[in-house]
Design a binder for this molecule. Structure first.
Ligand code: ATP
Length: 240
């Protein structure tokens, strides 16, 4: 169980990126975080993974608990060891390393046996990565790099996966495949926080969803409820 409790983040003097945001991610669930550009979605993931750029003058308050333990004062490596893993927007794979070595890097903290099983599972979910195992990451297409970034995080057998706009830049048929991959990852026992601008995909996969608007959590409910909501229809699903 992951609990975000009244988290506020301010960058410098003027940008209040998050204001008193609270959110629970119960074990085995998928929670979608919707919202427009600059709403604070990435900041929320960074507050959870401990990668907030504090050196840039970010000031944060509030608590983040993982299985009842406060992780908001931990450094990112400690949070990774708790198997809470963020896949950042923009992929950020090691472009000069092979696909296989990228995956190996993701599994460094795991015992060898777990690592082999995790790699087999990644290749099962993303067959294209098995085909390209010996190729350097930089030669993969955008969509393949996205798969590699997720695969690398899966190598750590995550308890909770924080996905930042995984559908960004993917062709429509890949977006729906991505939705089903998120479901498969979740079905294997990993909780997922899914930050998305693609509300259709996110609500199709999520159990619970929240909407962030300029740092405020303005709406939350089950994915079924939110799909029916007029605001969501108008703002995010193109309905009337
Ligand atoms: P997008 O969908 O565009 O990625 P987002 O919802 O993920 O947006 P954030 O990236 O969390 O939003 O940004 C929230 C606000 O904080 C924005 O106004 C952004 O400009 C600002 N911000 C983010 N990172 C920093 C930083 N390091 N220093 C200063 N301001 C920042």
């Amino acid at each position: 169980m992951l609990s975000v409790r009244q988290v506020s983040v301010r960058y410098g003097r003027s940008v209040q990126a998050l204001s008193e945001v609270s959110l629970d991610v119960s074990d085995g669930s998928v929670v979608a975080v919707l919202g427009g550009n600059g709403a604070g979605k990435t900041t929320l993931l960074r507050a959870i993974s401990g990668t907030l750029p504090l050196h840039n003058g970010a000031i944060s308050h509030g608590q983040v608990l993982h299985n009842g333990v406060r992780i908001d004062r931990m450094d990112p490596a400690q949070i990774v060891r708790r198997r809470v893993l963020q896949v950042p927007e923009g992929r950020q794979i090691f472009t000069g390393m092979t696909v296989e070595d990228n995956l190996r890097a993701g599994g460094l903290a795991s015992p060898a046996r777990t690592r082999t099983a995790a790699r087999d599972r990644v290749y099962e979910l993303f067959p294209v990565l098995a085909e390209r195992a010996r190729q350097v990451g930089g030669l993969l297409s955008g969509g393949e790099q996205q798969q590699l970034a997720i695969g690398r995080a899966l190598m750590a057998s995550p308890d909770t996966l924080l996905l930042d706009e995984p559908s960004l830049g993917l062709a429509p048929q890949l977006v729906s495949r991505l939705g089903s991959i998120v479901q498969q990852i979740n079905a294997a026992g990993t909780s997922v926080v899914l930050v998305e601008q693609n509300a259709t995909m996110a609500l199709g996969v999520a159990h619970w969803a929240v909407v962030l608007e300029v740092g405020h959590l303005t709406l939350e409910g089950s994915a079924e409820e939110l799909v029916e909501s007029d605001d969501i229809q108008q703002l995010y699903l193109g309905g009337h």
